[in-house]
Each structure stands twice: as C-alpha cells, then as structure tokens.
Design a protein around this ligand. Sequence first.
Ligand code: N7H
Length: 439
Amino acid sequence: NLNLTNIQGDVLIGMKKNIELFYFFSISNATEFKSTLASDILPLVTTTTQLLDVSTQPITALNIAFSQTGLIALNITDALGDADFAAGQFAELTNLGDPGSTNWVSEFAGTNIHGVMLFASDTDDNINTEVASLESALGDSITKVYTLEGAARPGAEAGHEHFGFQDGISNPAVTGFVSPLPGQAAVAPGTILLGEDGDTVARPAWAQDGTFLVFRQLSQLVPEFNKFLTDNPIDEPGLTPEQGSDLLGARMIGRWKSGAPVDLSPLVDDPTLGADPQQNNNFTFEHPGADLATNQTYCPFAAHIRKTRPRADLGTPEDAVHHIIRAGIPYGPEVSADEAASNTTSTERGLAFVAYQSNIGNGFQFLQKFWADNANFVHAGVGLDPIIGAAAGAQRVITGLDPTNDTKTTTLTIDFVVSRGGEYFFTPSLSAIANTLSV
Ligand code: N7H
C-alpha cells in the first residue's frame, strides 16, 4: 500500500485547481532556507490524501521540488541514481531536439534554478497571498529567478489545451492506488515513484516515494497551426473542406478536439465518446481484418498519442517502463482577433508541461527522443510526431496523415510546438523534506 500522506499531491492525481503558479528560485542561504522549509513550507505541502476529497483540498495547494544543483546547495550529496537529473535539462537540450538554446527562456539556460514551488488555487488572489506569506517567511534565504503562471482556458475550452484538444485523458493507473479504466495503462508504482515496487535502481532510503518532475515551457503557435489545417484539408469523400481540416488536426493528435480517439471514431468527432472515461481510452490500434503493422486508416503511426503510447504496436502486454504521469496546464492568453486574422502568434501561449516518472531516461526523455523525434518509430519512414517531434528546427516529413493515401508525405516547415526550455527536478516525499532536506 502506498503511503499517500507522504507523497506530494500533484504526482498521482494533479492539483485539481484552475490556476497554477510555477515559482522557480535559487537558494542563497541554506541554513535559513532549511529552517523555513521545516517551519513554514512543510506544513503547507499538500499530500495526495488531501487532494483525494474535495472537502480536504486546501484553498491553495503547494508542492515543492529541487534540481540537482538545489540538492547540492542544501548539502545533500547522495546520488539519486538518475544521470539526466544529475546533469540538468540544459546540458541535454540537444538530446530533446531543441535547436540549441536560442529559444530558451534565459533563466532556464544553465543550472541556476535550485527549486520550484507549485502554487495551485482557483484565484490569483489566493495564490498571491500564499506567495507573499512564504516570501516573507523565507526573507533573503532564496531569490526568485523566474515564474510562469498557467490557467485553465475559459468557458467551454476549460480542460482543452491551446490547439483546442481535450487534455488530461490518458495517464497510467498506478497499481495499488487506482484500478485501471478500460484501456488505461497499469504501471507498477516504481515506474513513477522511487524505491517502490518496479523501480530497479539503487536509491538512498530517504528518496523513497519521491519522483522526478520534468518541467518544460512549451510554446504553441496556435494561429499558425490553424492556418496549416485550413490550407491542407484531407480530401475525403463526403467531407467539407472544414471537416477535412478538422480531420487532419485529429489525425495529427490521434484524438478529436472532444477527446474522442480517431482509432474508435475515424472520420467524425464523437463528443459523447470523448467524454466517456469508460470508452475514451478503450482502444489498442488493433482492428479485426486490418494489419496492425501497416494500417493507418484509423490512426496514423505518427499521431501524437500513438507516438507517445504505442499500445499494441509494441506488443502485449504493454511495455512497463516508458510511462509518465502528465500534470501540465496551459499558459498564456487566448488567441486575439489580430493574431487569428494574421495567422501569426504575437503573444506567447503554450503548455506548462509537467511529467512525473522514476527514471527520466525511461520516461519523458525516452518518449521525446526515441519516439517523438524518431522518424523510424514505430515503423521505418513514419516520420516525427507532428505535434511535439523536433529535429533541431529542421523541417519534418510525416507519412500516414491522409487516410486515403498511406504513402503521401506531409512536410511541416515550422514546429507548432517550440521548446522554451525547462529543468529536471526531484519531488521528495514529505518525510524526506522533514528528515533529510530541512536538517
Ligand atoms: Fe501530449 N496536444 O494537445 O496536442 N497530448 N502534448 N505530450 N501526450 C496528449 O490523452 C500536447 C507532450 C503525451 O496514453 C493529448 O490526455 C501538446 C510531451 C502522452 O494515449 C493531447 C503538447 C510529451 C500522452 C496532447 C504536448 C507528451 C499525451 C491527448 C505540447 C512527452 C498520452 C489527451 C505543447 C514527451 C498518450 C490525453 C496516451 C496526450 C497534446 C506535449 C506525451 C491533446 C499541445 C512533451 C504520453
């Protein structure tokens, strides 16, 4: 049984709030910081148990995580057993397909960020109040390096990311915590949590029930994406150009805007299916009478959700380790009328991407580098993931997006998702904060 009062709340179920502030800091005075960590921060750190029930959810939820340089600043020298975490994200940016650091937020370019606090609530006021109170308790023991505020999109777009697609549908079910819904991947707790069943790496005892938090600020060129869809409708008999454009978008993701998987509803959106948790994950890409290795009439091999979770393409049972729990949130304003009319982004928006896993090389990095950025995964010549696949800024060639012509290639001359960088963090258990990090 997992110790849910010891695991920070965002990891297994997310913060359950509409606004989330990522507060990146560096530590200037370790002794003072440790003392405030114990006295003021730890009592506010939200546990999994607290988030499970609406009645126990705090007004403002708080989680905290540390980079490798942050642990060193706290004089914690035990190796956590993760080379990617130890190196930091900046050292690895070419591994992720980023075209150097030109697009990186300057504060992420380096190893100066020691930690991040995640504040989540339903109003800015609540968040500002808690930030001000912690800042005053922390005094000059830390320096604010950078902040990014994410928020659910307004009205009917709530829960949808900026391209317009329902997000947060498919996360793995951690065995011993929840039972999987139909089609949901079931993973051993050790795939996400250090020191739990299924984690095969040697870890210091205090790291148990911690996890690695991958943060990425991923900007999205929404008007440009929409223009691409408008210009390249799939010419399928019976579809209007607008429906053909929607179909192209759905095939790039592998789901319609409602969340309905194209594998179950290949030609039109089906909002009832999209909203039904018993059905919206219940597919494998296998179909009677169709060859799994070649058929793309239901879902392209390159589709974002097929690249990042190939289901039956990798055989059954599903692979055990290449899974992450995603807990990101959109940031930035809605597309303005000017941006829509000019098909050009002028104000940054995107996804404050958060992924949890016990092994960054098996999790986020594997999905990005060996799957999304790999033109020959899951089959030779498939091309990159049209959403997140990156080739250091070079154009991307993708096959299979047109269900009427499997061999037709689509060339994407720009990336619709542009990495602005990020960092790798360790989200410790509450007992690790109490007994190791704050002493
Ligand atoms: Fe993705 N999108 O809107 O296009 N993602 N993602 N992602 N993603 C998913 O199933 C999106 C990113 C995964 O189990 C959905 O919850 C955008 C990175 C995985 O079937 C949508 C960005 C990585 C899944 C998006 C982005 C992943 C997934 C469908 C960046 C890892 C689950 C909704 C701006 C390296 C696959 C859902 C499964 C789903 C979008 C980033 C991974 C709509 C816009 C960087 C594992």
